[in-house]
Design a protein around this ligand. Sequence first.
Ligand code: DPP
Ligand code: ZN
Length: 864
Amino acid sequence: PPTIRREDYRPPAFLVDEVDLHLALHPAATRVKARLDLRRNPAAEPATALELDGEALKLVSLRLDGAALPPERVRPRADGGLSIDGVPDRFVLESEVEISPEANSELSGLYLSGGNYFTQCEAEGFRRITFFPDRPDVMARYTTTIEADRAACPVLLSNGNPDGAGDLPDGRHWARWVDPHPKPSYLFAVVAGDLVAVRDSFTTRSGREVALAIWVRQGDEDACGHAMDSLKRSMAWDEETYGLEYDLDVFNIAAVSDFNMGAMENKGLNVFNTKYILARPETATDADYEGIETVVSHEYFHNWTGNRVTCRDWFQLSLKEGLTVFRDQHFTADQGSAAVKRLADVRRLRAAQFPEDAGPMAHPVRPDSYVEINNFYTATVYQKGAEVVRMMRALVGEAGFRKGMDLYIARHDNQAVTIEDFAQAMQDASGVDLTRFRRWYAQAGTPELRVRDSFDAATGRYTLTLSQSTPPTPGQPEKLPVPIPVRMGLIGADGAERPGAGVLLLEEAEQDFTFEGLEAKPVPSLLRGFSAPVKLSGLSLEQLGFLARHDTDPFVRWDSGQQYAVAEMLRLVEDFRAQRPLDLPEGLAASIAALLDRAMDDPAFTAEALTLPSEDFVSDQMPVADPEAVHAVRQFLRAAIGTRFAGRFAVLHAELADHGPYRIDGAAMGRRALRNACLSYLGQAEGGEGLRRAEAQFNTGGNMTDVLAALRVLADSDSPAREAALAGFHGRWKQHDLVLDKWFAIQAMSARADTLQQVKALVGHLDFDLRNPNRVRALIGAFAAGNPSQFHHASGEGYRFLADSVIALDAVNTQVAARMVGPLGQWKRQDARRGALMRAELARILERPGLSKGTFEKVSKSLA
Ligand code: DPP
Ligand code: ZN
């Protein structure tokens, strides 16, 4: 398959001003008529042919300016598109095609889910609906008429504002929607079916009354409150923070249980995975509630950053995604505890993006090439992209950033632009030169930041020496230094802050920063708030332990504790390999004790700080991973800590029990997080008291957060209560897809030695469905990406299982299949024996005839 390169970008030869679509819906044979007003693009090189993308379309008819096109002027392309020769400068093209929603298991284009019709067009799904120049720099105004059976599809939705509806013969009806805003085809959407609306309204600050509706299946109306509330808070926040108002009379959200991604920001008609809409206390965990707020706000914020100002081409994806993730993170931080939100975001970045940046798929935030664009909806484009925007804000200042956003939107409203345009607007508005900063967009790999320090007691001068380097990544052997904003402070031996706090800007490979007037050598607190997405090293164990106890910055306090724990865990890994007995390190025990002394100061923070670094994160700090040893050490520590502090965990667990009505504010969530962190430790402790508590909590828990935390403890155990709990949970929730996903995931992530056998058995379970992406992620994804010790089982059976799954999935849904490949691509991190087994499985996938280009790209790059 061909490689698409950023440097090959050319403006479109033809522009589309108006699109008039007519969809006559039918499960097996939907007819799509499209009328396009086209004209030559004055800014493009002259072309002889009009190029239209198309995929899985059956052409019925094609007319140019009202006349049928002779076959010799229409050339089918190998990729399913059409080239049309001899077209005038301005013309009307009318096409009619037939498509089959019921045969569409890709879930890209128009498909059926539970008898209802949904579309997904990002990135290249519109070409599966009609022939079109399906690229984001072709922006058009759309009028969409939907026609369907009234009984099967009482609800007919599309982008924009409603513009008429009526009855038709034979029990059919129609509805028309007009979207006044020009948009790229990837934002097109249609939803049709038997759905009910939960309604509300929002008045913008300039007085526009917006009708809000969330469309769900009957019976789910009671589960939309949190999503609706999140939407209204997002609308208000964007007005307050950026002066950005909503720009249509209606805002519709439709929820669907078969969806490749989390959600989609289609103009005026967001389509959501039910996972990010539906929540009731008894079915959704606190993490689910947080996910809903995040994704609802994210998609809403796209209305300006993505929709009004969109991407010129898909290499610019982070222009909208990095910026919009930054905006949703900022929004959530503003709603509650900013510090705890930051820890969670950093944890996620390190878990997903750092390994990607060190692996075979490493790519810059603005990639240079791709085979399949769907493979580039990555943690790098999203999360690292958000970090880059965050650093930019640190460099230009809060006020400069707001001015930059204003200028960006004023300059580029209704345009398809580049990351360069965004950086230029920030630079022009703030007056801060961002030339060198742009390297963050161009270079892949996580920069490594090292610190040395020295103190001259005679002069009272303290010197911090910071140096940086970025390791080579595929296609980028040499790296340049990047500007790294290092927010910092100095802490005296008494634990008090010394003068000198601020932001250091490290621009070169190495720089000295000096501080005068200190009586004694301070401990440097660096990367406060995680001011740059880098790996910091050079602090001693003593310094880390000191910062974990004394720093005023919660991020550094948490992170120093984590780094301290990693260092101790790596020592224990050595002990384990040498078959020495393992002991609970006293320093670690002391820091747990210190945390517990102040546990109730900030329960959410305490819960985060009590949680040991993940197995993957520890393995990432080793020259060669050792999943077995890391797992053994982490389990040992959890049991040792659980046993040592059993009394205190038990008291906290009891004290923190929820009383009164269920609340989802930050304080209540923090209490539950700490309570369940205590339960998790107790579950590992000697004596079985934790298992008894887990059983009781499972049976009486009033909310899914507590029930699931208890089930997780039981699922890891050999307790006789385990089977009963799993069976009871299944029986109680088998009608609830989203809850059943949790049941699959918990078993897939169990630490028990028979987990792979269980997972294989679950693939054969009646409730497993390869066509449902949530279910696939819950079972296969959770096992491969969330259970390192079982996935990397020395037998290689875990690898074989994943390869078999990828092969089976590739025949059903290629996007989901390609996404599952990731864990096999990490073979260079493993020992030679495991690495060879992983490569053999990758090679076996590659041999499959008819492999999709997306899976091919992932597998072949993973083998390189
Ligand atoms: N554009 C979507 C989002 O990230 C992904 N399909 O919001
Ligand atoms: Zn997005």
